[in-house]
Design a protein around this ligand. Structure first.
Ligand code: FAD
Length: 501
């Protein structure tokens, strides 16, 4: 099975292929053979938020009031759901492709036992065996740092020490490593004094600590932060870094181990399949892929989508940067509309390279200032014995994907002699149903808009990782939001039916 998404550039003949094999591709695109239009719930989007919500609503026990008793009885029936998805596959901003027997994650990849919502699902589906991305046993075990125009090879220990010192200084905002500012990482606004830090950009915070770190330490930190934010430092809200730091146990190592180390051996698309297949098994799910939602009309009793499908509730799981492409009636609040303007600043690129030989499996790099690539590291060996490098960088305007691949390769070759065989990637910035990568907020955004983004509008609930309370911008945040929306909808429908009965 294949999705029309993703790009594969074969360096041996300069041929570009559009579309990639993907286990998450759905064929046929719909199971709505009866052209049904009435449902209990409509869910828009088949990323992790939508898949979680679908499964939980379809499996939610329905309750009713018996004729001789006021006691609620579980009929264990579940509600009918229509899932509408613009793509030809499940997974949203995650999808796995297999090229020549090797798996590449085009979007969300790394998971961890310290991500409570994700780990609960991994455990539920028996997927807790993880594959480490990093391996220090092959060939060149060093980090190439290209900082402020100078290139040199340093040990991983040296690169780590430089980054860790600067990272810690940046996040130690209170002499307690940030613990007093964000004492509960899943409740980021708990301490109102956090507002001061939330209003700062990363550039402003770096200015505050600049005299305490060397030029190289500042540069390597900014290389790392560029790959995290996918944006310039003056556009990047410092608070998101402080939150990630807190979520990682108030250490850089904890943050990187949680967000950058362990993969699912069978890939994200296989994980997403578990959610989808379980839901299909309930026989409560009708789905339509390749279906773009353009309008949502809520008349107070029911919601109508694209003037065609109707349901009592709608769970919208579209990402922040594309919400404004849908016409909502009645219109959304002024505050919500304001929040939808450019909330996710991350336009970063993730690119996979297959390079000749196993010599770079243990290698990594950091580049600053960033032109195209800002970090690279070994992420596995292909069956042919070549190295899989995963690279992060900035997205620039290119005339064609071929130019995009060439410019990325040129940046990588500039810092290291590598023979690139294949380039595999998806352009999330140009993707019309994402318009960005994992969510990172600008300064002065979270306190103003997070609660608004989480609010419902009448019968429409909003669930996406882009406004999660905990691991926002991660798969965990998507599952957090999908779970809560499904719980609210199932509770309301049970209650209304119970009253009606
Ligand atoms: C390059 C990259 C790397 C990442 N790395 C990691 C990582 O290592 N670990 C991690 O945990 N997270 C990572 N993330 C983040 C993670 O993938 C996302 O936060 C998460 O998958 C978002 O899930 P979601 O369901 O909230 O939103 P999405 O996955 O964006 O799902 C929303 C769905 O809505 C659909 N949609 C949009 N508009 C419409 C419309 N008009 N009509 C119908 N459907 C529509 C979309 O097609 C999509 O399927 C990464 C993301 C990217 C892009």
């Amino acid at each position: 099975m294949a999705t029309r998404e993703g790009l594969f550039f074969d360096n041996s003949n300069s041929v570009l292929q559009r579309g990639l094999p993907c286990q998450g591709a759905i064929k046929p695109l719909t199971n709505n053979t009866d052209e049904r239009v009435e449902f209990d719930v409509i869910i828009v989007g088949a990323g992790y938020a939508g898949l979680t919500a679908c499964r939980d609503v379809c499996t939610a026990g329905e309750y009713w009031r018996g004729s001789r008793s006021a006691i609620l009885i579980n009929r264990a029936a579940g509600f009918s759901v229509l899932l509408l998805e613009a793509r030809d596959r499940i997974g949203g901003r995650t999808f796995t492709t297999e090229v020549d027997g090797h798996l590449y994650e085009m979007g969300g990849t790394w998971v961890h036992w310290n991500q409570p919502h994700t780990y609960r699902e991994m455990s539920r589906y028996g997927l807790t065996d993880l594959l480490p991305s990093h391996d220090r046993t092959f060939g060149l075990d060093s980090c190439t740092v290209h900082l402020n125009g100078k290139t040199r090879n340093v040990s991983h220990e040296t690169a780590h020490a430089m980054t860790e010192k600067a990272f810690r200084l940046m996040c130690d905002v209170d002499g307690e490593l940030g613990r007093s500012v964000i004492p509960y990482p899943h409740d980021p606004h708990f301490n109102p004094e956090a507002k001061y830090w939330e209003a700062l950009s990363v550039a402003q915070r770096l200015d505050q600590i600049r005299t305490q770190i060397s030029d190289d330490e500042a540069a390597i930190l900014q290389a790392r932060l560029s790959s995290i934010y996918g944006a310039d430092m003056d556009k990047a809200g410092f608070f998101d870094m402080l939150r990630w730091w807190a979520l990682g146990g108030y250490t850089m190592d904890g943050l990187y181990e949680t967000g950058d180390d362990f993969k699912l051996p069978d890939g994200q698309s296989s994980f997403a399949r578990h959610f989808f297949d379980e839901t299909v098994g309930t026989q409560k799910l009708i789905y339509c892929f390749d279906t773009v939602v353009q309008s949502v009309h809520d008349n107070g009793r029911a919601v109508c989508v694209n003037d065609k499908w109707r349901a009592e509730r709608l769970i919208c799981t579209m990402p922040l940067n594309v919400l404004c492409d849908v016409k909502f009636e009645p219109g959304l609040s002024a505050q919500k509309l304001q929040a939808m303007k450019g909330g996710n600043i991350n336009q970063g690129a993730k690119v996979h390279l297959e390079v000749s030989g196993s010599g770079h499996r243990s290698w990594s790099s950091a580049i600053y200032p960033v032109s195209r690539a800002c970090s690279m590291s070994g992420d596995g060996l292909t069956p042919a014995g070549n190295t899989h490098l995963v690279c992060f960088g900035s997205n620039k305007e290119f005339t064609s994907p071929e130019d995009d691949a060439r410019s990325f390769a040129a940046d990588c070759k500039h810092v290291q002699e590598i023979d690139i065989l294949k380039t595999i990637w998806h352009d999330w910035a140009k993707d019309p149903f994402a318009k960005g990568s994992w969510c990172m907020y600008p300064p002065d955004f979270s306190f103003k808009y997070l609660a608004t983004l989480q609010e419902r509008a009448g019968n429409v609930l909003f669930a996406n990782s882009d406004w999660a309370s905990g691991w926002r911008g991660y798969i965990d945040g998507a599952i957090e939001r999908g779970t809560l929306a499904a719980r609210d909808v199932a509770t309301e429908l049970r209650t209304s039916r119970c009253t009606a009965g």
